[in-house]
Design a protein around this ligand. Structure first.
Ligand code: ADP
Length: 489
C-alpha cells in the first residue's frame, strides 16, 4: 500500500445519509459524528454520499463543483453522468455524487425496485470518484446495504486500479435492511460477472440476490454498532436470515458501540431549549423545560407529572407492540406520555387514538421534527426504548446526556450502554427488562415511576449521573482507528 505523504490514516466513508444534509435515523448521526471524532484523533476523512434533490438548499449552497465524467454501469455498459460537488465542514470533506436520473426522487429512499439501481450506481461512482480525484484512502469504510456493493466492486471491477489497493470495512447499522431483489435485476444493474451469482455470496435463494450479503463476504472487516448486536446477529432470532453467513465470517466481525456528538447534543449550549442546563442545575431547569413543553403540546401544565418521552421511527423494531399492549395501564393520573415519530400507519393511528382519548396527558406528534426532539429529550423524566432489536440505539445515549432516564429492553446496544439501576447499591443509569414481554415493560416503567415519586433523592442522583456519563465518540473512534491501522498493516 502506498504510504500517504503525511503519514496520517486516510479513510473514505461511503453511506447513503449524513446529518445535517440528510438524516432519517441513526446512520445519519454516525456518518456525521464519527468522521469528526476521527479527525480529532489525527485521521484524514472524506464522506461520500449522494447529492439528493431533497437536501435542503442551504446545504447545497455550501458545495462547489469539482468535476464530472461518464461512467458505465449495468450489463450493457450504459453510460451515466457522475458529477462531484464538494463541501468542507470542520475539517471533514464531503463529496456528493450528482446524478439527476438517480437522486432526484425519494426522501431519500423510494422503494427497493428503484433503490437497488440507485445504490448500485452510488457504490460504483463512489469508487470511481476516488480514482478520479486521485485521493486513495487506506481504508474505505462502507455503511449498511446501500454501500454493500463497494467491497465487491473493489475486489472485482476496480481490482488493479488505485482504489482496488485500499482495504475495506463494512459496518452493519441495521441488518433488517439488506437490498434484496431478483437475480436478473441485480445482475443487470451491478454489471458484475455471472459467476458471482452462482455462489452463496450474492445468492439469497434460487431467485434472489442480496447486496448486503455479498458486501459482507467481500469486506476485509465487518463491524457492527455494539458488541451485543455482533453476537446476536449470529443467531436465528436476530440474524435476519444472514446468521449462518455472519457466523461463517465471524473471525472478521466485531462490535464497536456508537457514541453521540457531544457538541450537537449539549444541554448546556442547546439553542432549541427553553432553558439550557448542566448536571449542576438539571433538576430545576428540567422543570422549566417540562413546563414549556407541556404548554407547547397542550398537555396539563404540572411540574409533578412523570413525563415519559418516546422518540422513534414507528416500526415494529422499536417495541411499539409492547407499548400498545400496556399503554392504558402505563398511563395513570401521575403520568404524561409524549410520542414523536412517523412510520407504520398502525402505530401512528394507535398513538393518535391515545391522544384523542387522553387529552392533556398524551401527545402524539406524528412528524419528523429535530427541534421538538431536542425539547423532548430535555423535558422528559424518562425515555422509553423497548426495542425488539436495537443494533446500538442513539436515543438512550442522547437521553442520558440530557439527564433523562432511559427505560430500555436489554438487547443490542441498549444492553451495552444502559446499566440497570440497582436498588441495593443505588447505582446504574436506567431501568431495563430482558424478555420481549409487555408486562416486563410495564414493570420497568413502574419501577422507574416509583423511584421518581418515592425516592426523589436517588432519582435525582441518577439524572445527574446520567448527564456525566461518557457517551462521546472518543473511545469508540479510537477503536475504529486501531482497526484501520491493523488493516493498513
Ligand atoms: P434508528 O437509526 O433505528 O432510527 P437510533 O436510535 O439509532 O434509531 O437513531 C434515531 C435518531 O433519529 C436519533 O437521533 C433520534 O433523535 C432521531 N429521531 C427519530 N425519530 C425522530 C423524529 N420523529 N423527529 C426527530 N428526530 C427523530
Amino acid at each position: 500500500m502506498a504510504e500517504n505523504r503525511n503519514g496520517l490514516t486516510r479513510v473514505a466513508f461511503i453511506g447513503s445519509e449524513c446529518y445535517p444534509f440528510i438524516k432519517t435515523g441513526g446512520l445519519g448521526d454516525v456518518m456525521y459524528a464519527l468522521p469528526r471524532a476521527l479527525i480529532k484523533q489525527g485521521c484524514e476523512v472524506r464522506v461520500i454520499m449522494p447529492y439528493y434533490r431533497c437536501i435542503p438548499e442551504k446545504y447545497k449552497e455550501m458545495t462547489t463543483y469539482k468535476g464530472n465524467f461518464m461512467m458505465d454501469l449495468c450489463m450493457d455498459g450504459r453510460q451515466f453522468y457522475v458529477g462531484i460537488m464538494e463541501a468542507e465542514k470542520d475539517g471533514v470533506i464531503y463529496d456528493f455524487i450528482d446524478n439527476r436520473e438517480f437522486f432526484d426522487w425519494g426522501n431519500p429512499y423510494t422503494g427497493l425496485w428503484e433503490d437497488i439501481p440507485k445504490y448500485c450506481f452510488f457504490s460504483k461512482a463512489a469508487l470511481a470518484i476516488l480514482n478520479y480525484m486521485e485521493w486513495i484512502p487506506d481504508v474505505v469504510h462502507c455503511h449498511d446495504w446501500q454501500a454493500g456493493l463497494v467491497p465487491v466492486y473493489m475486489r472485482t471491477l476496480f481490482a488493479g486500479t488505485p482504489i482496488g489497493e485500499a482495504r475495506s470495512v463494512l459496518t452493519i447499522h441495521n441488518l433488517r435492511f439488506q437490498g434484496i431483489c431478483g437475480i436478473p435485476h441485480m445482475k443487470y444493474w451491478t454489471g458484475l460477472p455471472d459467476y458471482l451469482f452462482d455462489y452463496p455470496v450474492f445468492k439469497q435463494n434460487d431467485d434472489d440476490a442480496n447486496m448486503f450479503k455479498a458486501g459482507l463476504a467481500f469486506a476485509d472487516r465487518i463491524t457492527t454498532v455494539s458488541e451485543t448486536y455482533a453476537e446476536e446477529i449470529q443467531t436465528m432470532f436476530y440474524g435476519e436470515g444472514l446468521n449462518d453467513h455472519l457466523w461463517y465470517h465471524r473471525t472478521k466481525l466485531s462490535g464497536i458501540v456508537n457514541g453521540i456528538d457531544v457538541e450537537q447534543w449539549d444541554a448546556a449550549a442547546d439553542k432549541l431549549l427553553t432553558e439550557t442546563y448542566t448536571a449542576d442545575d438539571v433538576i430545576e431547569k428540567k422543570k422549566l423545560n417540562k413546563r414549556a413543553l407541556q404548554e407547547k403540546l397542550g398537555l396539563d401544565v404540572d411540574d409533578n407529572k412523570f413525563v415519559i418521552g418516546l422518540i422513534s421511527r414507528l416500526t415494529d423494531q422499536k417495541g411499539l407492540d409492547l407499548v400498545n399492549a400496556v399503554f392504558e395501564r402505563m398511563l395513570n393520573e401521575e403520568t404524561q406520555v409524549v410520542i414523536l415519530g412517523t412510520g407504520d400507519p398502525r402505530y401512528e393511528g394507535s398513538f393518535r387514538y391515545y391522544e384523542s382519548v387522553h387529552k392533556g396527558s398524551v401527545c402524539a406528534y406524528i412528524q419528523y421534527n429535530e427541534a421538538l426532539a431536542h425539547q423532548i429529550y430535555a423535558s422528559s423524566d424518562a425515555l422509553l426504548v423497548p426495542s425488539l432489536f436495537e443494533p446500538c440505539g442513539l436515543t438512550q445515549l442522547i437521553a442520558m446526556r440530557y439527564g433523562t432516564v432511559p427505560i430500555v429492553r436489554e438487547t443490542g446496544g441498549l444492553k451495552d450502554t444502559v446499566e440497570p439501576y440497582n436498588v441495593e447499591t443505588d447505582e446504574g443509569n436506567g431501568f431495563t427488562f430482558d424478555r420481549y414481554e409487555a408486562d416486563l415493560l410495564l414493570d420497568a416503567v413502574e419501577r422507574a415511576r416509583d423511584l421518581f415519586f418515592d425516592e426523589r433523592g436517588s432519582w435525582n442522583a441518577m439524572v445527574m449521573r446520567d448527564m456525566e456519563k461518557d457517551v462521546s465518540w472518543e473511545n469508540s473512534a479510537g477503536k475504529y482507528l486501531k482497526l484501520y491501522e491493523e488493516l493498513k498493516g
